[in-house]
Design a protein around this ligand. Structure first.
Ligand SMILES: [Zn+2]
Length: 155
């Protein structure tokens, strides 16, 4: 069965008083740190745009990851049972995807790391995708896709 990712973005304008750090389970932090290092490398920004908390939980049905931005904070849920049997590269791609929603406010973009489901890019392809993911033009264009209240889950 193909597993899809959900996007539920609720944008609200507010001043965040908490510092913009990512709180995540120990298993997830290495991938968050990869993300921040790549973000810094490609954009010069080494932090997330809002406080983000990542937790493991059980997601219903086909969902493997979920992001919501509310009151200036990002909330990410990763499906615990799926995480437990996936490869390191798959996990990295999932974390980038969900941070793409919660940090960069991306919607879904086919054929990229923001594809509605995790593609499973090979390592050499992954690096090209990372470059695209943090590309300034890609950012401007796809942040607008995420700038709504719509559910962009596609099948
Ligand atoms: Zn998604």
């Amino acid at each position: 069965m193909i597993k899809y990712l959900s996007l539920a973005l609720v944008i609200s304008v507010s001043t965040a008083c908490a510092s913009n750090v990512v709180k995540a389970p120990e298993d997830v932090m290495p991938f968050v740190n990869n993300y921040l290092a790549d973000k810094n490398k490609h954009t010069g920004i080494a932090h997330v745009n809002r406080p983000i908390e990542i937790v493991f939980d059980h997601l219903e049905g086909q969902y493997v990851g979920w992001c919501k931005v509310e009151n200036g904070k990002g909330h990410i849920i990763l499906d615990k049972s799926t995480w437990s049997f996936k490869t390191e590269s798959w996990k990295r791609e999932l974390v980038y995807h969900e941070l793409g929603h919660c940090d960069l406010l991306y919607g879904h973009v086919h054929g990229t790391m923001m594809h509605p489901n995790i593609i499973g890019f090979l390592s050499e392809e992954f690096e090209a995708q990372v470059k695209k993911f943090f590309n300034h033009k890609f950012m401007i264009k796809n942040q607008m896709l995420g700038n709504g209240l719509s559910n962009l889950v596609e099948d």
